[in-house]
Ligand binder design. Structure first.
Ligand code: ADP
Ligand code: MG
Length: 344
């Protein structure tokens, strides 16, 4: 008797379960698959932005639309953050140096981040290097090795600690003569924002590559990690390492990216704020971490700091990995990366 009483609700439960599974199956095969799932697509597009080729590949619902919108967003942000665009907010800050300038949230965020990396790296990373960068001709293409006097006078204007940020009033002020240059961090920030936009719109897999500042969402279509090549600084057409990436970012700063040759020497665009000269002894620094902005700033900073100080900083920071190649071809790979990268 007791068994019989118990078996009725039991049968009912099975009946309900079968009905639910049946409805779910009907929904899946007759509604979801033919209609809803159909708009999942692969999309790929490239644009010239931030003086480089930016490439986005994505998979997800309406991927094509979101990739296009991600590019529009990157273009908008470049329009705020580039000092080579005349009406950008950074150009306004520079044009009105000495006075408070009202800026939008992204500009404020990148400047605050820049100051933070200035503090973290003891000034090896300094977003007030603009006058120095211009003096060497980077950005304008008017390359020349400056005189010591010119360098000394440009260095007077370099000090991230003199940037004033009024967070509540969303205003920024730099000293007269100082030139703000977000070139060492903005690209990474913009890549992060594109990635964030794609994630918010439920893109499941993507790779955003802004001339070597790379961030990925998920894994490749076959489920394996994205693979990103790191160039050989001696021959940038060759890939020397392959790094597996899954939901993180990689950025490389190299002396082969932007440089000119004068008097038989190669002068590149990563400047040491302590000397005013291109940082020596390093050929390239690759940083792997969660955010591209972080990787971007740290790759520039570690390049300036050199092997000893740079590698010590990397090992001190949780979740930050690196490959450092020195001028005498010594290669240092951080402990957390050594096991997962492939050397070619
Ligand atoms: P890339 O421009 O190739 O992405 P980086 O991320 O290393 O390379 O940034 C270099 C740029 O950053 C320079 O072109 C300049 O605008 C700026 N910069 C140069 N030296 C420094 C520095 N010590 N700190 C902060 N920014 C720098
Ligand atoms: Mg950088």
């Amino acid at each position: 008797m007791r068994r019989n009483i118990g078996s009725h609700p039991y049968l009912l439960a099975i009946g309900i379960a079968v009905a639910v599974i049946g409805l779910a199956a009907i929904g899946y095969f007759f509604i979801y698959q033919p209609y809803l799932a159909r708009s999942y697509t692969d999309a790929q597009a490239s644009r010239i932005l931030m003086s480089t080729v930016v490439d986005v590949s994505a998979y997800g619902r309406d991927a094509e639309t979101y990739v296009k919108q991600a590019f529009d967003e990157m273009e908008r942000l470049e329009g705020l953050l580039s000092r080579h665009i005349v009406d950008s907010e950074v150009s306004q800050i520079n044009a009105q140096a000495g006075e408070w300038v009202k800026v939008s949230d992204p500009t404020l965020a990148v400047i605050e981040l820049g100051i933070e990396y200035g503090e973290l790296t003891g000034g090896a990373f300094d977003i007030t290097v603009g006058a120095l960068v211009s003096l060497w001709g980077f950005g304008t293409g008017d390359y020349k090795v400056p005189t010591n006097e010119e360098i000394a006078s440009a260095l007077q204007t370099v000090d991230y600690r003199r940037i004033e940020v009024d967070k509540a009033g969303k205003r920024v002020r730099i000293p007269a003569g100082t030139v703000l240059d977000l070139g060492g961090i903005a690209k990474g920030y913009i890549v992060d924002e594109a990635r964030r936009f794609l994630v918010e719109n439920r893109i499941q897999r993507a790779i955003v590559n802004a001339g070597g500042d790379i961030s990925v969402i998920g894994s490749r279509p076959d489920g394996t990690p994205w693979r990103v090549g790191v160039q050989n600084p001696d021959d940038p057409s060759q890939i020397r390492w392959v790094i597996p990436l899954q939901n993180n970012s990689v950025v490389t700063s190299g002396d082969y990216q932007r440089y000119f040759v004068q008097d038989g020497e190669r002068w590149h665009h990563i400047l040491d704020p302590r000397t005013g000269f291109p940082a020596r002894r390093i050929r390239s620094v690759t940083i792997v971490t969660d955010k591209a902005a972080r990787a971007d700033a740290l790759s520039t900073a570690v390049f300036v700091l050199g092997l000893e100080e740079g590698s010590a900083l990397v090992e001190k920071l949780p979740g930050v990995e690196a490959i450092i190649v020195t001028s005498d071809d010594h290669v240092w790979i951080s402990s957390g990366l050594a096991g997962s990268i492939v050397s070619l």
